[in-house]
Design a protein around this ligand. Structure first.
Ligand SMILES: Nc1nc2c(ncn2[C@@H]2O[C@H](COP(=O)(O)OP(=O)(O)OP(=O)(O)OP(=O)(O)OC[C@H]3O[C@@H](n4cnc5c(=O)[nH]c(N)nc54)[C@H](O)[C@@H]3O)[C@@H](O)[C@H]2O)c(=O)[nH]1
Length: 149
């Protein structure tokens, strides 16, 4: 059975930037172990835990951001599948907006740094094509939502 992890692509909108879609920044965390890779907050599903609960728990543990800080975008979820040390892994990412853009991020011992990054910088940090595609899909989703308004 595949290892399963869940998390949130957390984004914030900065009020002062134009054009409007250039004001979106994504939160990426850098691990303090291994290759020091960058991903959105996420982690392994505990036995008996449902996926969304895992995503919320890990985002709280790894970034200090709880459900009270986040507006979950219900219409977006992406599944990534890749191998870790020869074993299949599935990662589900939901999308959530940080309600107050100035809210502080608090890291756990698992991470050594974080960045709020616009799409292209976020894709450069997230070296994996599947994660880059997911970030681009999130941006497209937000653009489509904005076009409807
Ligand atoms: N000392 C040490 N300890 C580790 C290590 N490893 C884990 N720990 C411990 O585990 C705990 C974490 O527990 P959780 O927070 O619950 O789990 P996750 O959040 O799921 O975190 P992981 O790091 O396990 O899993 P990934 O992020 O998935 O990285 C695994 C590998 O997959 C590649 N990779 C990453 N992202 C993508 C992607 O989007 N696309 C593609 N294609 N590939 C990707 C990349 O090559 C990477 O090396 C830590 O506290 C440590 O105790 C390690 O190497 N050394």
């Amino acid at each position: 059975m595949a290892l399963r992890a869940c998390g949130f692509i957390v984004f914030r909108r900065l009020a002062s930037c134009v054009p409007p879609l250039d004001n979106i920044e994504y939160l990426l965390l850098q691990t303090s172990y291994g290759e020091h890779h960058w991903t959105p907050p996420k982690g392994h599903v505990d036995p008996g835990e449902d996926d969304l609960t895992t995503a919320l728990r890990e985002t709280k543990e790894e970034a200090g951001l709880g459900a009270e800080h986040l507006q979950v975008i219900n219409s977006f979820v992406q599944e990534l599948r890749y191998e870790v040390r020869g074993k299949p892994k599935e990662v589900l990412y939901w999308l959530a907006e940080l309600k107050e853009p100035g809210t502080a991020v608090t890291l756990s011992d698992e991470h050594q740094d974080y960045r709020w990054a616009r799409l292209e910088e976020a894709c450069a940090l997230a070296r994996y094509k599947d994660l880059q595609d997911t970030l681009r899909a999130a941006q497209r989703h937000l653009e489509a939502q904005q076009d409807k308004q």
